[in-house]
Design a protein around this ligand. Structure first.
Ligand code: CAA
Length: 263
């Protein structure tokens, strides 16, 4: 089952297809220790592969201060190079890349270091107007290690990414929207309603078609234009093998709502 014996996250799946995963260490500003990493990754994989009722996954943080204030500094402080290397420190997060269902980050407060990087691993980033983003690793004598140098650069361009990563300075939610890091900022009290609204809207569509669309957008971030266009065309053509394409287009022609069967 889903909730298993999680102690650092809360999970809930609604009958509207929306799963909410809450990182639950508010006393440490939801810092991402190895327990949180294992639980978030295993919950997401379970929701993705074994839980057809969950169609979209929202990730958020408990409390009103933080989404996540980064990887757990207390846990990392004494780690040696050999340990970091031999245990592939923080590499487990990369497993989230294999999740096919859309991930929405509902950033309710500080998204710093690994917290900002986790938010950027998600497919859509919605921010509370009280959220703050930053990559402060440089002030701890390290560099971002959960994809920040790559995903932030792709999201906001070289100059802004350099400024954030080299100074460690934080930016506001409004600034994050302006530079394209977050898709929208909404009043803090409305963040979860808004995230659910977006998730529900996505969940109404055909699951395999949503997964194809997500995969194609990610290819745009990962490959060149020629490869991406080829990939998109093949995925587009493959939609015509699905009953849901027939249903979606028939429903349009007959002026009714489509009834997707996810096949
Ligand atoms: N790791 C471990 N504990 C953390 C933490 C973190 N990243 N961030 C906050 N905490 C803990 C604090 O140590 C404190 O615990 P105690 O009560 O036991 O002292 C508690 O959470 C509350 O934090 P503060 O008292 O510091 O709260 P504040 O409101 O004064 O400040 C803050 C908030 C500015 C976010 C500050 O907590 C802060 O700067 N946190 C660290 C941010 C950071 O540097 N993140 C990057 C981590 S490295 C990383 O993520 C590497 C990577 O690329 C993956």
């Amino acid at each position: 089952s889903l909730q298993q014996s999680f102690t650092s996250i809360e999970t809930e799946v609604g009958d509207d297809g929306v799963a909410v995963l809450t990182i639950d260490r508010p006393q440490a500003l939801n810092a991402l220790n190895s327990k949180v990493m294992q639980e978030v990754v295993s919950a997401c994989l379970f929701l993705d592969r074994n839980h057809p009722a969950a169609r979209v996954i929202i990730i958020t943080g408990a409390g009103d201060k933080a989404f996540a204030a980064g990887a757990d500094i207390k846990e990392m402080a004494a780690v040696s190079y050999a340990e970091a290397y031999n245990t592939s420190l923080l590499n487990g997060w990369e497993t989230l890349r294999s999740v096919r269902k859309p991930l929405i980050a509902a950033v309710n407060g500080y998204a710093l270091g690994g917290g900002c990087e986790l938010a950027m691993m998600c497919d859509i980033l919605l921010a509370s107007d009280k959220a703050q983003f930053g990559q402060p690793e440089i002030s701890l004598g390290v560099i971002p290690g959960m994809g920040g140098t790559q995903r932030l650069t792709r999201a906001v361009g070289k100059s802004r990414a350099m400024e954030m990563i080299l100074t460690g300075a934080r930016i506001s939610a409004q600034e994050a929207v302006k530079i394209g890091l977050a898709s929208r900022a909404v009043p803090a009290a409305e963040l979860m309603d808004e995230a659910r609204k977006v998730a529900k809207r996505i969940a109404e569509h055909s699951t395999p078609v949503v997964a194809k669309a997500k995969e194609c957008v990610l290819v745009a971030q990962e490959q060149g234009l020629n490869e991406g266009l080829r990939f998109e065309k093949r995925e587009f053509w493959s939609c015509f093998a699905l009953d849901d394409q027939k249903e979606g287009m028939a429903a349009f022609v007959q002026k009714r709502k489509p009834d997707f069967k996810n096949k």
